[in-house]
Design a protein around this ligand. Structure first.
Ligand code: FMN
Length: 165
């Protein structure tokens, strides 16, 4: 039987909400990145993180860099992110610098390919409310991810079912 899992790294809960919806659409297991099980048992691995200073979160990067390559070798990996402004250039930079989602996906892809994963072309970037304090009120882009964006995440999960046939 083919198995799928969604693994997320979330600071304030936005990425977790997106992960829950992807997992629901896909019918996958859902785990927080610190509780990653033995990935050899899975055929499709969906990995997501929040974005800090134009990068995948440092916790996500560290976790992946320490992973035994046997865990991801030859596996289909799907990436998603939740960022304050996924379609904006990095803070303080102009359009020539590119946009957050492209820059972050490139870094994630490199980290995952270093571990032998096969990166799926499907990827998802969802906006998330910026919180200066972890569980404090939103300070920018309030209200994200909204209901429509969470439905988008669920549909994204459903669309990944083709990897399990
Ligand atoms: C210290 C800090 C730095 C951030 N840097 C960026 C950034 O460079 N680009 C961006 O789009 N969002 C940035 N964000 C916004 C978060 O990525 C966004 O709020 C995300 O939805 C948080 O997800 P979480 O609730 O799962 O932790 C930053 C947030 C914090 C707290």
């Amino acid at each position: 039987m083919t198995k799928s899992i969604v693994i997320y790294n979330s600071r304030g809960g936005n990425t977790k909400k997106v992960a829950i919806n992807i997992a629901e659409g896909l019918g996958a297991e859902l785990v927080q990145y610190k509780k990653m099980p033995d990935l050899k048992d899975y055929d499709l691995i969906v990995l997501g993180t929040w974005v800090l200073a134009g990068n995948p979160s440092p916790h996500w990067k560290k976790k992946i860099s320490k992973l035994d390559p046997e865990q991801l070798k030859g596996k289909n990996a799907v990436m998603f992110i939740c960022a304050g402004g996924p379609d904006n250039p990095p803070l303080g930079q102009g359009p020539e610098a590119g946009i957050i989602k492209d820059l972050v996906f490139e870094l994630m892809q490199k980290a995952l390919e270093d571990k032998g994963a096969k990166i799926a072309k499907e990827r998802l970037a969802i906006p998330g409310t910026f919180r200066f304090f972890r569980f404090g009120p939103g300070t920018m882009d309030k209200g994200h991810p909204n209901e429509e964006e969470l439905q988008q995440a669920k549909k994204f999960g459903e669309s990944l079912n083709k990897y399990l046939k």
